[in-house]
Ligand binder design. Structure first.
Ligand SMILES: [Zn+2]
Ligand SMILES: [Zn+2]
Length: 613
C-alpha cells in the first residue's frame, strides 16, 4: 500500500512538473517571437528536468544563420516573467487540418508537422504514431501552438523564480543533418525556488565529478583519434578497476551457479539473421566485412553465441537451469554525435549471462538475478534505484514485437508475479519491451542524485525457439527453454563511468588502482619505506614506495591528486619503532600505527570490500 501511495504521489508530481515545463516552453516561445518577430518555431517539448524549444532565426546581413546571444537569454527570461505575471489562461481547442494550416501559414515547420498529423503519421513533435491524432492547439496571451497539452491552467502557475534558461545548442530539424540547423534553447523549471537551486547545485557538483575529466586526471581511460570515436583505451589504472569488477562478478556468479564461457568477437551473417537481429538491429551494427565469400559481423550482443553453446550437446531437464556467463565484448554503431564519454561508446564489455530454464524454474531464477542487482547496489552504496518493467503493446505485434500474444501475456505475468513475490518494487511501462520479450530496465541514481540507466534484464521466449534450442523434459518430451538475459553490472564502460561520478573518483580501497603509497620523510628513510611497501605487496596489496626526488609534501600532494586511500609517512621515529604515521585520503590521520596493524587493516578493508577507509 505504501508503495502504491508513493507511486501515486510520484506520478502526480511528475504530471505537475510536466505541465510546468511544457507551459514554460510555450511562454519562452512567445517571448522569443516578440524579440525576433521573423523567427520560425519548430518544436518545444518538456524534457527531463526542463524543456526546450527549437527556433529558426533566419539569416543575418552576411547571410549566416542568426544565433542567440547570451544577453538574449536574459531578455527572454525577463519577458517570460512578465508573461507569467500576466496570469494568462491556457486555452485548448481542436482544429481541422485546414484551419491549422491557416493559423500557421507563416510557420513552415509547423506546416510540415500539420501534414504529418493530417496523414495520421506523426504527433505534433514529429514522433511516429500508429493512430491518427486529433489536431489541437493551446493558446495563452498572444501565442498559439500546435499542441495536445497538458498545460497548467494559467501562466501564473509557472513559478517565476523556479525556472532558468540554461544554454543554446544547434539542433537539426527532425534530427536530420540534411535539414536546416535550428537554435535550441534549453531551460529548466521546477515547482519552487528551492528545487531549482538544488538542481543547479547538483549540476555544479556533477561538473566536478564528470567521469571524462576524472577519467583523465586519474589515468583511467582515454580516447584516441587514431583508434576511433567511441572506442575507449583503458590505461593500467583503469585496467585494475575493470579487473576488480570482473573478480567481483566472477565470485558472485560462481556462488550463484553460473558457468563461464568465452566466444569470439565476430560471426557469420546467418547467425544474426536466424536470431532476428538482422535486419531489425542492423542500424546498430558495424557494417559487415567479407571474407572467403562470406559476410561477417562484429557482434552487437553475445546471446546467439551462448545459445549455440546451449545447443552444443543434447540437453535434458537435469541440465537446467543452465547459466552461461561471459564478460563479452560487443560492438555497436552509435552516431558520432551521440557518443558521450564512457556512457555511449561503440565497444563495450558486458557483464553478460544467459540463463536457460523451464517455466517452473523461471521465478526462482528471475528473483536470483534481481537479488544479484540488490547485492551490488548495497556494495556500491546505491540507495536509490527503480526497476522498470517494459511490456508489449498489442498494436506492435508482428512489427516491433514477436507475434505471439499468448506468450507475451504469459511471460509478462510471470515477471510481475516474480517481482511481487520477491517484494521488489517496480513500475510498469507499456510498449517498450524488447522484440523477443518483456524486459526490466534498471535505473540507478548516483550519490549526487543523477540518474543512470545501468542495465537491462530480459525474458526471451522467442529466440530460443528460432534457434531450435530444446531440452528433454521429465516425460521424455522435447521442450523449448526460456532464456533470461541479464547484466547486473552493465558494461565496464558505463559502470566505471557511473562509479567515477558516484565516488567522485574516491574509489573504495578494494577498487582503488593504487591502494597504498608509502612516503619517506627523506631519502634516509627510503629503505624502511620500501620494506613496508614490499610487505604490503606480499600480502596482495597494491602498494608502492615513492622514492622519487621530490620533497615529502610534494609526494603527498601527488598521491592526493590520484586519490590514493592510504599514505603512510615514515621517518626516523617510525623506522625505529616499526610504525607508520598514516594519512588517509579523507585527511584523517593516525600516528604511531604498528606496521603489522596497518597491514592487517588494509587487508581487511580489501577482503570485505569495505566502503570505509
Ligand atoms: Zn505544447
Ligand atoms: Zn542476451
Amino acid at each position: 500500500m505504501a508503495v502504491a501511495e508513493q507511486e501515486q504521489s510520484e506520478k502526480a508530481l511528475a504530471e505537475q512538473l510536466y505541465k510546468i515545463r511544457h507551459s514554460a516552453a510555450h511562454i519562452m516561445a512567445e517571448a522569443v517571437l516578440e524579440l525576433y518577430p521573423d523567427a520560425k518555431i519548430a518544436i518545444g517539448p518538456p524534457i527531463e528536468n526542463g524543456f526546450y524549444y527549437d527556433f529558426d532565426l533566419g539569416k543575418d546581413e552576411h547571410g549566416k544563420p542568426r544565433t542567440f546571444q547570451p544577453e538574449d537569454l536574459e531578455k527572454i527570461t525577463k519577458r517570460m516573467r512578465q508573461i507569467i505575471a500576466g496570469k494568462h489562461p491556457f486555452v485548448y481547442r481542436q482544429v481541422s487540418a485546414d484551419e491549422a494550416r491557416q493559423l500557421f501559414a507563416d510557420q513552415p515547420y509547423k506546416l510540415e508537422l500539420i501534414d504529418g498529423l493530417a496523414k495520421g503519421e506523426v504527433d505534433e513533435y514529429g514522433n511516429e504514431v500508429s493512430t491518427a491524432p486529433v489536431i489541437s492547439t493551446y493558446k495563452h496571451d498572444t501565442f498559439e501552438d500546435l499542441c495536445r497539452g497538458p498545460h497548467v491552467e494559467s501562466t501564473s502557475q509557472v513559478p517565476a523564480d523556479a525556472f532558468a534558461l540554461m544554454s543554446v545548442a544547434g539542433a537539426y530539424w527532425r534530427g536530420d543533418e540534411n535539414n536546416p540547423m535550428l537554435q535550441r534553447v534549453y531551460g529548466t523549471a521546477w515547482q519552487n525556488k528551492k528545487e531549482l537551486s538544488a538542481y543547479l547545485q547538483m549540476l555544479e557538483e556533477a561538473k566536478k565529478r564528470d567521469h571524462r575529466k576524472l577519467g583523465r586526471d586519474l589515468e583511467i581511460f582515454f580516447f584516441d583519434d587514431d583508434i576511433g570515436p567511441g572506442l575507449p583505451l583503458w590505461m593500467p589504472r583503469g585496467g585494475i578497476v575493470i579487473e576488480e569488477l570482473e573478480k567481483l562478478a566472477k565470485e558472485a556468479e560462481r556462488k550463484a551457479g553460473y558457468d563461464r564461457v568465452r566466444t569470439p568477437h565476430l560471426t557469420k551473417e546467418g547467425l544474426f539473421i536466424r536470431s532476428g537481429h538482422l535486419p531489425y538491429y542492423a542500424e546498430h551494427m558495424y557494417p559487415p566485412m567479407e571474407l572467403e565469400g562470406v559476410r561477417y559481423y562484429m557482434k552487437p550482443m553475445n546471446c546467439p553465441f551462448h545459445h549455440k553453446i546451449f545447443a552444443a550437446k543434447p540437453r535434458s531437464y537435469r541440465d537446467l537451469p543452465l547459466r552461461l556467463a561471459e564478460y563479452g565484448t560487443c560492438y555497436r554503431y552509435e552516431k558520432s554525435g551521440e557518443l558521450f564519454g564512457l556512457m555511449r561508446v561503440r565497444s563495450m564489455q558486458m557483464n553478460d549471462a544467459h540463463i536457460y530454464c523451464s517455466e517452473e524454474q523461471f521465478e526462482e531464477e528471475f528473483l536470483g538475478v534481481v537479488g544479484l542487482y540488490l547485492d551490488y547496489f548495497k556494495l556500491f552504496g546505491i540507495e536509490k534505484y527503480v526497476m522498470r518493467l517494459s511490456t508489449h503493446a498489442k498494436s506492435g505485434l508482428g512489427k516491433k514485437y514477436v507475434d505471439n500474444e499468448r506468450l507475451w501475456l504469459k511471460t509478462e505475468d510471470m515477471v510481475r508475479r516474480a517481482m511481487e513475490h520477491g517484494n521488489v518494487p517496480y513500475v510498469e511501462i507499456p510498449d517498450e519491451a524488447a522484440f523477443y520479450g518483456p524486459k526490466i530496465d534498471v535505473q540507478i541514481w548516483s550519490a549526487i542524485g543523477r540518474e543512470f540507466t545501468l542495465a537491462t534484464n530480459q525474458v526471451d521466449f522467442a529466440v530460443p525457439e528460432r534457434l531450435g534450442l530444446k531440452y528433454t523434459n521429465h516425460e521424455g518430451k522435447e521442450e523449448v527453454p526460456l532464456c533470461i538475459h541479464r547484466a547486473p553490472l552493465g558494461t565496464h564502460e558505463r559502470m566505471v563511468g557511473f562509479l567515477l561520478e558516484h565516488y567522485a573518483g574516491n574509489f573504495p580501497v578494494w577498487l582503488s588502482p593504487d591502494q597504498v603509497r608509502v612516503i619517506p620523510v627523506s631519502e634516509a628513510h627510503n629503505d624502511y619505506a620500501e620494506k613496508i611497501a614490499r610487505e604490503l605487496q606480499d600480502s596482495g596489496v597494491r602498494a608502492e614506495a615513492d622514492l622519487g626526488n621530490d620533497r615529502m609534501n610534494a609526494k603527498i600532494r601527488a598521491a592526493q591528486l590520484l586519490k590514493i586511500p592510504y599514505m603512510p609517512v615514515v621517518g626516523e621515529k617510525e623506522a625505529s619503532e616499526g610504525t607508520v604515521s598514516l594519512r588517509k585520503r579523507d585527511g584523517s590521520q593516525a600516528n604511531g600505527l604498528p606496521v603489522a596493524e596497518f597491514v592487517a587493516m588494509v587487508k581487511e578493508k580489501i577482503a570485505s570490500r569495505s566502503s570505509e577507509l
